[in-house]
Design a protein around this ligand. Structure first.
Ligand SMILES: C[S@@+](CC[C@H](N)C(=O)[O-])C[C@H]1O[C@@H](n2cnc3c(N)ncnc32)[C@H](O)[C@@H]1O
Length: 202
């Protein structure tokens, strides 16, 4: 439950955590997205963006600022957001991505311009299990991106490097014109997470 996660989060005060608090963001993860965006030019004004695994809400806060009032955001998580919904153009869907049909995420939109996924499994401490769960979440995010992106659209998904890494990258290369792998400075030391960015949906 979020309460436990909050306790863990609160115990891990660090530079990015303190900065997020000072700057009014719901979590330190915002700086990872900001770096990916700076390096790839992923997000732009007026875009329609789907954010998978949006709790507690810092990626939505950041994205809302970039896409502005003409943009549309849909945030999905198993838990409701902990920050006020950052703009009227944001819709929240509470549920599990494995159960949600693509049409529910689209609502009345024809397609998305960007699909983001910062989804992470509840970790067990058993590396192989955690990697397998991270790969399953990434594969689901990619499947939804393939179903929901407009041609030319982009994808950014978090993935813990593990045995399925090459196959998943290969799938991304098949779906996008360009694939970049970014390990942002905001990722914790020792974490195996990377962000796979697919630009230009074929
Ligand atoms: C690292 S947090 C995301 C942080 C978020 N990007 C932010 O900036 O606030 C990962 C989230 O993925 C969500 N998640 C994990 N598995 C999920 C699933 N099967 N369906 C929906 N959300 C899921 C978790 O509930 C968790 O809130």
């Amino acid at each position: 439950m979020p309460t436990g996660k909050l306790r863990n989060r609160a115990a891990r005060h660090d530079f990015f955590y303190e900065r997020a608090r000072r700057e009014g963001f719901a979590g330190r993860a915002v700086y990872k997205l900001a770096e990916v965006d700076r390096r790839t030019g992923l997000l732009r004004r007026g875009m329609r963006v789907l954010d998978l695994g949006c709790w507690p809400g810092s990626w939505l806060q950041y994205t809302a600022r970039i896409v502005g009032p003409t943009g549309v955001l849909v945030g999905v998580d198993r838990f409701p957001l902990e920050v006020p919904i950052p703009s009227p153009g944001v819709r929240q869907v509470v549920g599990d991505v494995f159960d949600l049909a693509p049409q529910v995420l689209l609502g009345s939109l024809p397609a998305f311009d960007v699909v983001l996924s910062d989804m992470a499994p509840d970790t067990t401490g058993v590396r192989s299990t955690d990697q397998a769960r991270s790969e399953a979440l990434f594969a689901r995010a990619l499947e939804l991106a393939e179903a929901l992106l407009a041609p030319g659209g982009s994808f950014c998904g978090k993935l813990f490097q593990g045995p399925g890494w090459q196959d998943l990258l290969q799938r991304c290369r098949g779906a996008f014109n360009k694939v970049r792998i970014i390990r942002p400075e905001g990722s914790r030391q020792g974490s195996l997470e990377q962000y796979v960015v697919g630009l230009g949906r074929k």
